[in-house]
Design a protein around this ligand. Structure first.
Ligand code: ADP
Ligand code: MG
Length: 707
C-alpha cells in the first residue's frame, strides 16, 4: 500500500484510532495528522512548570512523583482512591486516580511520566482528577517529547503513537518549497522536516523544522496573493490619463488648502496607475482625518475627465449621503451639469441607496446608465442587479472593513474591461495584517495629518470610582456648546427592541437621550441618530447637525465612519469599554476636524484593573492610529484579526501568526513575488502548483459557503 498525505488515517492507524482522531481532533487523513504539529516540546529532564497551570484547561505535563497513597472507600472498602503527589520547584499538584491499585507499582517515587487531564482544584489545592498517564519509557534516548493538542478522548501520546506509525510508512512527501527558496534559507527538506517536527532529538532540531513549516504557510498564502496580483495585472482596463485643463486640474486650483506632501505623493501614484491599461488595485490606508477623501475625489475626477464614471461605495447610508453632500459642495458648479449656474464642462454627482424613493432612484439610475453622472455615491445598493453604468472606470471602496470581498467582486466583475479599484481603510492596520488580509492589493499610506489639525485629548471617566466626573463631563458639554461648538454623545446600543439584558449596566441611546434632555443637558438642542431610523429622518438629523441646528447629537456608532462636521469639538462615549480600540479611535476622529482642539471622554463602569480599562487607557495614551492598531492587534486573537475575510486561508495557518511573524511574512512575500514573476503558472513547480490550487479552492469553497 502506498501511503501519502491524502491516505485516510483509517487505512494506516486502524479503525478505532482513526475514529477517535476524527471525532476528537477533526483529523481525517495522514496529511491532517502530520500537520497537527506539536503545540510545544518538553525537554526530557525538565519538568513542566506546575505553577503556570491554569484551572479549567486540558493539559499534558511532565512531572516527577513525590509520593503515593491509597485510600479504600465504598462498601466494605472495596474501592480505592489513589492520591499521587507530583512536584517541581515551582509548585505541586495532586493526582487522583480511582480503582487503579496497580499504579502503586508503576508510580514509585522519582518516576517521571506524562500526565494529562483537566486542571481542577480541591480544598485550595490544584489537582488532576483521573488523569491519563504515560511513562516516559522508551523516549528516554531522545532529548525532547512532543506535546500535542489533545482531549480527554485522545491523549497527547495517543497522537504521538499514531504520528509515529504514519511517519514510518508515508512515502513521496511532496516538496512544495522551490529548491532555491528552501536552500537559501537553510530549511530542511520536507521528509526530514516532518521527522524533525514530530520526533526531534533536540529542541533546536524541532525549532528548525517548525520554522520551515511556518515559512511554508506564509509562502503558500503569499503565492496565492501574488498570483492574484499577477492575474489582475494581466487583465485590461481603459487607460484614464489626466486631461490638462480638465475637472481635476480646475478643482485642485480652487482647493482652499494645499495638499500635504503625503497626499501629493499618493495622488501622483494614483494618477500614474489610472493612466495605464491595466486595472489599478490599490489599498489606501491612513490615519483618521488624514484626508483620504480628497485623494479619492481627485482620482475620480481624473477618470471623469477621461470619459469614465466613478463609483464610491460607502458602508452605511449616513456615510454615503454625507460623501454625496461633501463632494457636491466641494465641486460646486463643477458638479452642476445641465443645471442653472453649472459649468459647461461640469459633471453630475448622484446618490444611490437602498431606501431611496422610487423617483429619486429612477433619476439616479438613468444618469448612471446614460453616463450623465460622472460620480455615483452609494451603499451596497450600487451592486445590485439592474444597476448599470455607461462606462464604469473606477470603483472606490471607502472603509473596507465593512465590505466583503465578494461585494467588491460583484461590482468589479460585471464589466468586460475591469475598472480600476481603490480601497480605503477606516483606520490604519499593521503591516503584517495588510500583507495578509489585503495582500492582493498594492499599498499606499498617508501618515501625516493636514497642517493645523488640532490634537484630540482623550480622557477616561471611570464612573465607578469617580461618579462626580460624569457630572463634570456634562457641564463641560454645556461649556463647549456655549462657545458655539457642537458635541457628540455616543451610546453602545439603541435600547429599543433590544433583548433585555439584566447583566448589562449600560444604558441604551433612547434612555440616555431622555435622561440628558430632562437633566444635565436640558437647555441644549439635542438630536438623536441611530441605524434603525428611516433614511429620511437620519438624513434630516445629520443635515441639521451639520448646519449647526443641533448642539448635541446623541448617536450610536453610525457616526463612526467618516462623518465630518468640523464644528464638532467634543465627544462623550458612554460605556466605552463596549467598543474595540480601533473603533474608539475611529469614533474620536470625528472631533477636532476644524481648527479647534478636540476632546474625547471615554466613560466606563469597568473596574480600573480590568483588561477593558487597560484598553481604554491605551486609547487615551496615544493619538497615533498606527501605534494603536499595533497594540490592538497584539491584544486580540488571530481569528479576530483575520476576520471573516479569507477564512479559507485562515484554516491553513497552523504555525504562522499574522500578529507576530512579520519578518516571515515579509520574506515569504518577496520570495513568492519572485517565483510568480518568473513562472506565473508554476509550470516548473508542480508540487507548489498543486498546493496553491488546493488553497485557492478551499478559500473559494469557504466563500461560497458563506454567500
Ligand atoms: P479621512 O482620511 O478620515 O477620510 P477626510 O478625507 O474626511 O479624512 O478629511 C478630513 C478633513 O480634512 C476634511 O474636512 C477635509 O476637507 C480636510 N482636509 C483634507 N486634506 C486637507 C489638507 N491637505 N489640508 C487641510 N485640510 C484637509
Ligand atoms: Mg473618510
Amino acid at each position: 500500500m502506498r501511503v501519502g498525505l491524502d491516505t485516510p488515517l483509517q487505512r494506516v492507524v486502524g479503525d478505532a484510532s482513526a475514529k477517535k482522531l476524527a471525532t476528537a481532533l477533526d483529523l481525517w487523513t495522514v496529511g491532517d495528522l502530520l500537520r497537527h504539529y506539536p503545540r510545544r516540546y518538553q525537554e526530557i529532564g525538565e519538568l513542566t512548570k506546575l505553577s503556570r497551570l491554569v484551572e479549567g484547561q486540558h493539559v499534558t505535563i511532565m512531572a516527577k512523583v513525590v509520593s503515593l497513597k491509597n485510600f479504600p472507600f465504598g462498601p466494605g472498602g472495596r474501592k480505592t482512591r489513589t492520591e499521587v503527589l507530583v512536584a517541581d520547584e515551582s509548585g505541586e499538584l495532586s493526582l487522583t486516580f480511582f480503582n487503579q491499585r496497580w499504579l502503586t507499582r508503576t508510580l514509585t517515587p522519582d518516576t517521571v511520566g506524562l500526565f494529562s487531564g483537566v486542571v481542577g482544584s480541591f480544598r485550595g489545592r490544584r489537582q488532576l482528577t483521573h488523569p491519563a498517564f504515560d511513562p516516559v519509557g522508551d523516549r528516554l534516548g531522545r532529548g525532547v517529547v512532543p506535546i500535542y493538542r489533545a482531549s480527554a478522548k485522545v491523549s497527547s501520546w495517543d497522537v504521538e503513537k499514531c504520528v509515529a506509525i504514519c511517519l514510518d510508512v508515508v512515502g513521496d512527501l511532496p516538496e512544495t518549497l522551490p529548491g532555491d527558496v528552501r536552500s537559501a534559507r537553510g530549511y530542511p527538506p520536507v521528509a526530514e522536516a516532518f521527522q524533525s517536527v514530530h520526533r526531534p532529538w533536540s529542541m533546536k532540531e524541532a525549532m528548525a523544522a517548525q520554522a520551515r513549516f511556518r515559512f511554508e504557510e506564509a509562502f503558500l498564502l503569499q503565492t496565492v496573493l501574488a498570483r492574484r496580483r499577477h492575474a489582475a495585472a494581466g487583465t485590461r482596463a481603459v487607460a484614464r490619463p489626466p486631461r490638462p485643463g480638465g475637472l481635476r486640474e480646475r478643482f485642485v486650483e480652487r482647493l482652499p488648502f494645499a495638499l500635504t506632501a503625503g497626499q501629493q505623493e499618493v495622488v501622483a501614484t494614483l494618477a500614474a496607475e489610472l493612466a495605464r491599461e491595466h486595472p489599478m488595485h490599490r489599498l489606501l490606508q491612513g490615519e483618521v482625518g488624514s484626508g483620504k477623501t480628497i485623494v479619492a475625489l481627485l482620482a475620480m475626477l481624473q477618470v471623469v475627465d477621461a470619459g469614465g464614471q466613478a463609483a464610491l461605495l460607502a458602508p452605511t447610508e449616513v456615510l454615503a449621503a454625507q460623501h454625496h453632500r461633501t463632494i457636491e459642495k466641494l465641486l460646486g458648479d463643477l458638479a452642476r451639469s445641465g443645471m442653472l449656474g453649472g459649468d459647461p464642462d461640469a459633471t453630475r454627482v448622484r446618490l444611490l441607496t437602498g431606501s431611496m424613493g422610487v423617483k429619486a432612484r429612477q433619476e439616479a439610475l438613468l444618469d448612471m446608465v446614460s453616463g450623465a453622472a460622472g460620480i455615483v455615491v452609494g451603499t451596497h445598493a450600487l451592486i445590485q442587479d439592474g444597476v448599470d453604468f455607461a462606462e464604469l472606470g473606477l470603483v472606490v471602496i471607502d472603509e473596507q472593513h465593512r465590505f466583503g470581498v465578494e461585494q467588491r467582486a460583484a461590482l468589479v466583475d460585471r464589466s468586460e474591461t475591469r475598472p480600476h479599484v481603490l480601497v480605503m481603510t477606516a483606520t490604519p492596520i499593521p503591516r503584517t495584517v495588510a500583507m495578509t488580509v489585503f495582500g492582493d492589493l498594492d499599498m499606499s499610506t498617508l501618515r501625516e495629518l493636514p497642517a493645523g489639525r488640532q490634537p484630540i485629548q482623550t480622557s477616561v471617566v471611570p464612573v465607578a470610582d469617580r461618579p462626580a466626573w460624569l457630572d463634570r463631563a456634562w457641564e463641560r458639554v454645556g461649556e463647549e456648546v456655549a462657545r458655539g461648538r457642537q458635541v457628540y454623545v455616543v451610546a453602545s446600543r439603541i435600547g429599543e427592541g433590544d433583548e433585555p439584558d439584566p447583566e448589562s449596566p449600560t444604558r441604551g441611546l433612547l434612555e440616555l437621550h431622555e435622561e440628558l434632555a430632562g437633566g444635565p443637558l436640558a437647555d441644549l438642542r439635542l438630536g438623536v441618530l441611530h441605524g434603525r431610523m428611516a433614511a429620511d429622518d437620519k438624513e434630516t438629523v445629520m443635515t441639521a447637525f451639520a448646519d449647526g441646528e443641533i448642539d448635541v447629537l446623541v448617536a450610536t456608532t453610525v457616526v463612526e465612519v467618516g462623518v465630518d462636521v468640523p464644528n464638532a469639538t467634543m465627544m462623550v462615549i458612554m460605556d466605552a469599554d463596549r467598543f474595540g480600540m480601533s473603533q474608539l479611535h475611529q469614533l474620536r476622529g470625528r472631533v477636532g476636524r476644524g481648527g479647534e482642539p478636540g476632546l474625547c471622554l471615554l466613560v466606563t463602569g469597568a473596574d480600573a484593573e480590568s483588561p477593558a480599562a487597560e484598553r481604554l487607557k491605551a486609547v487615551a495614551s496615544t493619538a497615533d492610529g498606527f501605534e494603536l492598531s499595533r497594540l490592538d492587534v497584539s491584544m486580540r486573537s488571530e481569528g479576530d484579526v483575520l476576520g471573516t475575510r479569507q477564512s479559507g486561508f485562515r484554516s491553513s495557518l497552523r504555525l504562522l501568526s499574522v500578529v507576530r511573524d512579520e519578518g516571515v511574512i515579509a520574506d515569504a512575500r518577496t520570495a513568492a513575488e519572485r517565483v510568480v514573476a518568473d513562472d506565473p503558472d508554476l509550470a516548473a513547480l508542480p508540487e507548489l502548483a498543486r498546493a496553491v490550487l488546493a488553497l485557492e479552492e478551499s478559500d473559494r469553497a469557504e466563500y461560497l459557503e458563506r454567500a
